[in-house]
Design a binder for this molecule. Structure first.
Ligand code: AMP
Length: 324
């Protein structure tokens, strides 16, 4: 059993347009840290099939996300599209044969996503087995995980241990670690909820590919509060969530609030800082989007490397469980 301590892996679902929140909270730190480890970043197109979807839209979102990962500078990482590495789906099936319905029934995210619906896709139910395969195939020693995915990674560990004790020591059981607290960007129109992909069509979410004009309009309409006076521009998450969010975005984008005393000036500074941060990404995206051959070349090479890295793990699992 090999453990690779320096591997990092993260999959992003192509189910909407990426926002400034995704960028500051995930993509920018991924790009900044990509030289510290052997990084694998994937577009989780199989996970996007767990809810009703439109094939054309899925393909567009997959291409957009794949191009964006390159545009934010992840060119030193192994980039891949999940479905191009068949070992993910193959190992997921083996793990379904180790998991029990009792375990999957306890998954909070499944219960939340099912909601009041009588019937949902079976893949929504078995999603944790695919996520476990995504992780175990790469043998990372640690998996940094936020609260929303913690239960799934605990299940991943349980499945790995059960498989190992039933069939032989195939999987590295990853340790769960807490990621360093990153920027949490809130919605501009509703600063008590996260700026998320699902709300990316709304007025309070800045999309990564929004033009400067659109960014200016969205920031201009951001919710603040009615306080006036010299102390109005200050952070206080409880009583001034909108202003606090704008200040945090400003700082995260390299700006400074020194000498800013009005909400108008704050919004102007936020707009300038966000535009300065996102313009290079948008320009790079436009260049890459007009060079589809380059992008597919990168992803072909990435998938080939993933297939090579995951093949021995899948083969060991198949042999251990009794497949010939
Ligand atoms: P999601 O879009 O929710 O699938 O999240 C993809 C990645 O982006 C995860 O690492 C999230 O933690 C990060 N992310 C999403 N929205 C935000 C936000 N508003 N602020 C900070 N990070 C975010």
């Amino acid at each position: 059993m090999t453990t690779t301590t320096t591997r990092r892996l993260s999959l992003l679902k192509p189910t909407g347009h990426l926002t400034l929140g995704n960028y500051l909270g995930a993509l920018r730190p991924m790009a900044a840290g990509q030289h510290e480890a052997d990084c694998f970043y994937g577009v989780a197109d199989l996970h996007a099939l767990t809810v009703p979807h439109d094939p054309l839209e899925l393909r567009q979102h997959t291409t957009e996300l794949a191009t964006l990962l390159l545009a934010v500078g992840l060119d030193a990482s192994t980039l891949f599209v999940q479905s191009r590495v068949p070992a993910h789906a193959q190992l997921a099936y083996l793990l379904e044969c180790v998991a029990s319905t009792g375990e999957l029934n306890r998954m909070i995210q499944f219960k939340e996503k099912r909601g009041q619906q009588d019937s949902v896709r079976v893949s929504l139910y078995t999603y944790p087995a695919l996520m476990a395969a995504d992780i175990l195939l790469y043998r990372p020693a640690q998996v940094p995980v936020g609260d929303d995915q913690r239960q799934h990674v605990e299940l991943t560990r349980d499945l790995a241990m059960r498989f190992n004790s039933s069939y032989g020591p195939v999987f590295t059981v990853p340790e769960i670690t807490t990621p360093a607290a990153g920027a949490r960007v809130m919605d501009l129109a509703d600063p008590t909820s996260k700026m998320g992909k699902s709300g990316a069509a709304g007025p309070g979410a800045i999309r990564l590919l929004d033009s400067p004009d659109v960014i200016r309009r969205k920031v201009g309409r951001a919710v603040t509060d009615s306080e006036t006076g010299a102390r109005a521009v200050r952070a206080d998450r409880e009583t001034k969530p909108g202003v606090t969010n704008l200040l945090e975005i400003l700082i995260a984008c390299g700006g400074s609030a020194d000498a800013i005393t009005t909400y108008g000036a704050l919004k102007k500074a936020v707009t300038d800082a966000v535009v300065a941060e996102l313009e290079p990404v948008r320009k790079r995206y436009d260049d890459l989007a007009s060079d589809a051959a380059h992008v597919s070349g990168v992803y072909d090479a990435g998938a080939a490397r993933c297939r090579a890295v995951t093949a021995p793990v899948l083969a060991a699992a198949e042999a251990a469980i009794g497949l010939s």
